[in-house]
Design a protein around this ligand. Structure first.
Ligand SMILES: [Zn+2]
Length: 224
């Protein structure tokens, strides 16, 4: 499966991506993490991205898509990848198409998690993230084994600064306006698949895998 996950914050994209990684061995590419790692590791692309950030500029789309392409190529095509957090604009979607076509690993599905505002608010308010490794948890849906402590690395869990209720409504409006052209891009290419994001993460995961298996989009050896 070579798939991009689209939808508002709180739609469950990150959680579903983590399940795809843990259960199917699919490469999980979270664009924010990828960028931070490249800057920290001082790769040539990371150095260039770091310069843009130091100047207070956005990292150019071509740089981010080159990082994604390199990660996909390094990992081999194997079981495919799930991309979470990118593209956020139609221009980024076009840049991503070009980079992945060059790597002969084009996106074969864009999955949109259509989610109601009430469900999003409920989810974001309970969300906790590990300060050390970035693993996501949820107070009720996906609690850690020990309260406030990351299962993977023992790091401290905290709410995200932008998950305060008063900022959520504003983020949703911005996100919706930005996402519409991205959805239109994948719709035009015949790649858009819409799922009900109000369901539990487990239900979305199961339905997604079943749909992908039916359509033959699971790479060989990719079985739960
Ligand atoms: Zn952790």
């Amino acid at each position: 499966m070579r798939v991009v996950l689209l939808g508002p914050p709180g739609a469950g994209k990150g959680s579903v991506a983590q399940l795809l990684r843990d259960r199917l061995g699919v490469l999980h590419i979270a664009s924010g993490d990828l960028l931070r790692e490249a800057v920290k590791a001082n790769t040539p692309l990371g150095i260039e991205a770091g310069r843009a950030m130091a100047r207070g500029e956005l990292v150019p789309d071509a740089l981010v898509t080159a990082m994604i392409r390199d990660r996909v190529v390094q990992a081999g095509h194997g079981r495919g990848f799930v991309l979470d957090g990118f593209p956020r604009t139609a221009a980024q979607a076009v840049a991503l198409d070009e980079a992945l076509a060059a790597a002969q690993a084009p996106v074969d599905r864009a999955v949109y998690f259509k989610t109601s505002p009430a469900m999003i608010v409920k989810r974001l308010a309970g969300r906790r993230v590990c300060a050390a490794c970035g693993q996501n948890y949820h107070a009720t849906n996906r609690p850690p084994r020990r309260d406030g402590v990351c299962d993977r690395c023992g790091g401290a869990l905290a709410p995200r600064a932008d998950d305060q209720p008063e900022t959520i409504a504003r983020r949703l409006a911005v996100d919706e306006a930005q996402t519409a052209p991205v959805l239109a891009h994948y719709e035009r290419r015949g790649l858009l698949h819409t799922m009900d994001g109000d369901q539990s993460v487990e239900a979305v995961f199961d339905q997604m895998v079943a749909a992908f298996r039916r359509q033959g989009w699971l790479q060989q050896g990719t079985e739960p």
